[in-house]
Design a protein around this ligand. Structure first.
Ligand SMILES: [Zn+2]
Length: 190
């Protein structure tokens, strides 16, 4: 995908988000014909790393269809080795060159990390991955939590870009940090 095509891809995602939040979602490419068309081969044109939160479904909030987006979701959109391997696969083997890292408001994982929580078992791993995004002076109010979520999206995108650029044959992958507001439905770039 060329630089222009990537910009158009990002525009398409933001345009789909506008339809979604304004109540004009087209719910495109979800019919039986599309299902059959992509059954033997997928060709997603963008990848999304986002939170497992039940309210942050990329195909819905970007108003896309079957086979459009390669999606990786973990609590707090934490980039662990499996998430990284999945995205490397998307870049290397599926030719995806636009990756959106999407944080969101009122994220439970970020809220817990800002509040200084320590997790049981592997939950602690999730919290530890978010901590670098928290400012020392951060309080537990909503603005501080959302600021940490934005910063976490930015840091994650940075780490991901560094990791996949060497994996990509062309070294030409755009990773875009962004933030989704649960209340307004709007995705903004960070
Ligand atoms: Zn979340």
């Amino acid at each position: 995908m060329t630089r222009t095509a990537r910009s158009e891809g990002l525009e398409e995602l933001l345009e789909g988000n506008r339809r979604f939040r304004e109540g004009g979602a087209l719910a495109p490419r979800r019919d039986p014909e599309r299902r059959r068309a992509v059954a033997t081969k997928q060709a997603p044109w963008a990848a999304v790393l986002t939170c497992s939160d039940s309210r942050v479904s990329p195909e819905l909030l970007f108003d896309q269809g079957l086979g459009d987006l390669f999606v990786v979701r973990t609590a707090g959109h934490v980039l662990d080795r499996s998430a990284l391997g999945s995205l490397e696969y998307a870049v290397e083997h599926l030719g995806v060159s636009l990756v959106v890292v999407l944080g969101h408001s009122s994220c439970g994982a970020v809220t817990a990390a800002v509040g200084g929580a320590r997790g049981p078992g592997a939950v602690e791993w999730v919290l530890a991955a978010i901590r670098p995004a928290i400012r020392a002076e951060a309080t537990g109010d909503a603005d501080a939590i959302d600021a940490a979520a934005r910063e976490h999206a930015r840091l994650t995108a940075e780490a991901l870009e560094a990791a996949v650029s060497h994996a990509a044959a062309a070294g030409d992958v755009r990773v875009v940090p962004s933030f989704y507001d649960l209340l307004t439905g709007k995705v903004e770039l960070v």
